[in-house]
Design a protein around this ligand. Structure first.
Ligand code: ADP
Ligand code: MG
Length: 320
């Protein structure tokens, strides 16, 4: 098995006049849980459909487990488990029948498929609904059936398109746990438009916006790109007005913005933005001492992944 499980080079997919995926290049190493993050319409599903051989690319290439998705799609499919975004399940089959059908479609031998259905069914919490019709299941259970189907043949790579969409908070926690566990042994790509999703589950994040890849790194690396930090500070400045304190704070080198915020009675509270990655806390403390303000609170917040995501993807139409 190659170390690079997925290699995508200058991948482009055009639908009519829409460049859904625009010159995207990335690799996924063995054992990574990669979060594919972007607003609705960014091109996540399209990329996944190319990787899973459901769509031919317009340009560029993609390899999965060392095989080209276009020239060698049969080999690619053998290595993949795929949960599509709209989990197409046969509603008039029972859960067990559906999983048996999925196993047969993958050409699994019947003794092995029986064993795997038991094992994966257990892992996905499906035993108690095995005899129920798929069409009668709740959204959460249907999602689990889709996940079980994707993992049935023990693929090396799992591609999960919005695996937790439409689930309630408890189900989300369960599915995340399951993905994390699977991610210990397998290579996983999951897409989502929800930031906390990738923070909770993924070791690496790709951010896609309007078909273009705009960031690629670990959550920490992405946070480090955003140099700005914000300070919150509360002082008691006996007799001095908030405006005077504010003016003094705003004059400190490195402070790009200073706002008065609602504080306690008699105390003045401020929110400061600073450019650059220098820690201004010592300087702010000094300013308080020199001006005889009593410092009641001083807090530094590093840029959040949320800020990074918003800065990289603003301007994009969100359809939900
Ligand atoms: P995401 O999964 O990130 O929400 P998609 O890959 O589904 O994004 O869609 C990317 C862009 O391609 C969107 O602008 C979408 O409207 C368009 N698109 C997706 N599928 C089709 C299609 N079959 N025909 C035409 N346009 C499509
Ligand atoms: Mg999608």
């Amino acid at each position: 098995m190659p170390e690079l499980m997925i290699q995508v080079e200058n991948l482009t997919k055009v639908y009519g006049s829409t460049r859904a995926v625009d010159d995207v290049t990335f690799n996924v190493r063995k054992g990574e849980v990669l979060g594919f993050l972007g607003p609705n319409g960014a091109g996540k599903s399209t990329t996944m459909k190319v990787l899973t051989c459901y769509l031919a690319p317009t340009g560029g290439r993609a390899q999965v487990a060392g095989f080209d998705v276009f020239d060698n799609s049969l080999e690619v499919r053998k290595h993949l488990g795929y949960l599509p975004e709209d989990t197409p399940l046969y509603k008039d089959m029972t859960v067990l029948e559906y999983l048996q059908f999925a196993a047969a479609m993958r050409g699994m031998a019947s003794d092995r498929s029986e064993k795997r259905i038991k094992e994966i069914g257990g892992r996905c919490g499906l035993h108690e609904v095995a005899g129920k019709l798929v069409g009668e299941l709740s959204r959460g259970y249907r999602q689990r059936v889709g996940l079980a189907q994707a993992m049935l043949d023990d693929p090396d790579i799992l591609i999960l398109d919005e695996p937790t969409s439409g689930l309630d908070p408890n189900q989300i926690v369960e599915i995340r746990q399951l993905i994390k566990e699977v991610g210990k042994e397998k290579t996983v790509i999951l897409s989502t438009h929800i930031l906390p999703e990738v923070q909770a589950t993924c070791s690496r994040i790709l951010i896609i916006s309007s078909g273009k890849l705009v960031a690629d790194g670990t959550p920490d690396e992405l946070r480090a790109r955003e140099k700005a930090s914000r300070y919150r500070l509360v002082v008691e400045a006996n007799g001095t007005t908030a405006e005077a304190v504010k003016a003094r704070l705003a004059s400190i080198k490195g402070v790009s913005r200073c706002d008065t915020v609602l504080g306690e009675e008699r105390a003045h509270a401020f929110s400061l933005d600073a450019a650059g990655d220098e820690d201004l806390r010592k300087i702010l403390f000094r300013a308080a001492v020199d001006n005889k303000w009593t410092l009641l609170e001083l807090q530094r917040e590093a840029a959040s992944l949320e800020t990074v995501f918003r800065n990289l993807t603003t301007g994009e139409e969100s359809k939900s």
